[in-house]
Design a protein around this ligand. Structure first.
Ligand code: SAM
Length: 222
C-alpha cells in the first residue's frame, strides 16, 4: 500500500544520504526505553533542519517542543562553537531524557532546556531580555501554534527563519469543521500567517515513514 511505499522510500533516501549515526540511534533508543512517544522528526526531516540552520548561518536557535532532544541535536550540530539553542519542554521526564541525550551528543555547551509551559517560559524569557533568534522551530502542542507564532515574531529580527511542523495533519487541515483542537490550532496558525505582513511563508506537504503531514517555512521581513 501507499504508506508502505512512503516508508520504503524514506528508508532508501536515509540509507543513501544520511550516514549511520550511533549517537542519534542511541537517542531514539533512550527515548523508546523511557516510554516517550515516537513523535520526533524523521532522520531525513532532522537533516533538513540541520541543512536549513547551515544555509541560514544561524547562531541562535529557539525550539518549542523538545521531546527527547532528537530534532534539538540535529539543529545544534549545525551551530558554530559560539552558538546557542534554547529548547522549551513542558514534561520534566522528556526534559530529563533530552538532557541525557544532549550530554551523550556532547552538545551541553550549546543547548539549554527550559522546563515548563512554553508560553510561561517565553514570557519569562521576555522579562529576562533574551535576545532574538535567527531560527525558530515550533513543534509543541498544536492548539497553541497561533500563540507560538506571536512569540516567535517577538523573538525575531529581519531574516529570522520560522518553521512550524505538522501543519497538514493527513489533510485534515482543510476541514474547517474539524473537532480536533490541533487542526483548529493549525488553521488559526495559517490565518495569522496570512494576515501577518512581517512574515513571508509557504507550506510543503510531506509523506514518509511518519505518514502524511507537512511543515510551514517562513522568513521574517521586518
Ligand atoms: N521536536 C521534537 C523532535 O522532533 O524530536 C518533537 C517534539 S513533540 C512533537 C512535542 C513536545 O512538546 C512534547 O515533548 C510535549 O511534551 C511538548 N509540549 C506539549 N505542550 C507543551 C507546552 N505547553 N509547553 C512546552 N512543551 C510542550
Amino acid at each position: 500500500n501507499q504508506a508502505n511505499t512512503w516508508d520504503k522510500v524514506d528508508q532508501y533516501v536515509t540509507e543513501r544520504l544520511i550516514p549511520h549515526d550511533a549517537v542519534l540511534e542511541k537517542v531514539l533508543f533512550a527515548n523508546h526505553q523511557a516510554g516517550l512517544p515516537a513523535i520526533d522528526v524523521t532522520p531525513n526531516q532532522g537533516k533538513l533542519l540541520n541543512l536549513l540552520v547551515q544555509m541560514k548561518g544561524a547562531h541562535r536557535i529557539l525550539e518549542i517542543g523538545t521531546l527527547g532532544g532528537y530534532s534539538t541535536i540535529w539543529m545544534a550540530r549545525a551551530l558554530p562553537a559560539d552558538g546557542q539553542l534554547i529548547t522549551l519542554e513542558l514534561e520534566s521526564l522528556h526534559a530529563q531524557v533530552a538532557q541525557a541525550n544532549i550530554t551523550l551528543a556532547q552538545l551541553d555547551g550549546l543547548i539549554t532546556i527550559r522546563v515548563g509551559d512554553a508560553l510561561a517560559q517565553l514570557a519569562q524569557m521576555k522579562e529576562e531580555g533574551v535576545p532574538p533568534f535567527d531560527f525558530i522551530f515550533i513543534d509543541a502542542d498544536k492548539p497553541n501554534n497561533p500563540n507560538y507564532l506571536k512569540w516567535a515574531l517577538h523573538f525575531s529580527h529581519p531574516g529570522t527563519v520560522i518553521i512550524g511542523d505538522n501543519v497538514i495533519r493527513d489533510g485534515e487541515v482543510i476541514n474547517e469543521n474539524s473537532q480536533d483542537p490541533r487542526v483548529q490550532g493549525v488553521r488559526q496558525f495559517y490565518d495569522l500567517l496570512a494576515e501577518e505582513s512581517r512574515i513571508s511563508a509557504t507550506a510543503i506537504q510531506t509523506v514518509g515513514s511518519k505518514g502524511y503531514d507537512g511543515f510551514v517555512l517562513g522568513i521574517v521581513s521586518s
